[in-house]
Design a protein around this ligand. Structure first.
Ligand code: IMP
Length: 200
């Protein structure tokens, strides 16, 4: 059992699994915010950086352990970068998150622009590592690709069924976790995090 522990400040099971798989390679145990009974703070930032910092800083303060949080978003060029930092908000419903609704909204807006294919887009992620003493650092990653319609695939989470990374003819939702973890925006950011902090 690894003795290094990092709190992963997310309540998203898909992201927690991805973080845990990547951190396991660095002999570090990922502890979820849920395991520690930490509530999710309001994401009031105007940028991915601000939101990642809000989440990581709170988890580090409450747990007394280093904490990482990421904030991610899908940025579509023809929509001037929307949904971007609001990617999660677009999926909110009174019954919880519904990404099919968010993807349909994205598609309706894209159709209205009349923009021609390929609809270039990128996933961006910012990871914040926060320490209980208040220090923090950012690690960033992105993956270029395009929007696909109609949705394809059943794997992954979030906007995966409509995002096809460059160099592939399948969406993220048509890939397994191992393949996605090799190229995803979060994997790029986590790779930088591991290289800088964990000596990998
Ligand atoms: P958050 O950073 O967890 O708040 O995520 C922001 C939004 O981007 C949410 O709607 C997520 O579902 C979505 N998202 C983040 N990472 C991914 C991904 O790897 N694939 C698909 N959607 C993602």
């Amino acid at each position: 059992m690894p003795d290094r522990r990092i709190v992963v400040a997310t309540h998203n099971a898909g992201k927690l699994r991805e973080f845990a798989e990547i951190l396991a390679d660095a002999d570090t145990r990922a502890i979820s915010a849920g395991e520690l009974g930490l509530a999710a703070p309001e994401e009031t930032g105007q940028t991915l950086e601000e939101n990642a910092l809000i989440k990581a800083r709170l988890a580090a303060q409450r747990s007394g352990l280093p904490a990482i949080a990421d904030d991610s978003g899908l940025f579509v060029d023809a929509l001037d970068g929307a949904p971007g930092v609001h990617s999660a908000n677009w999926s909110e419903t009174p019954k919880g998150r519904d990404h099919r609704k968010a993807m349909h909204r994205l598609w309706r807006m894209l159709e209205r622009t009349g923009a021609c294919e390929p609809w270039s887009a990128r996933f961006r992620t910012v990871i914040c590592l926060a320490h209980p003493n208040g220090d923090f650092e950012f690690f960033k990653g992105s993956v270029e690709g395009r929007i696909i319609w109609p949705m394809r695939g059943y794997g992954g989470f979030g906007y995966d069924p409509i995002f096809q990374p460059d160099g592939f003819d399948r969406t993220f939702a048509q890939m397994d976790n191992v393949e996605k973890n090799q190229i995803s925006h979060r994997a790029v950011a986590l790779g930088k995090f591991k290289a800088a902090c964990l000596g990998n």
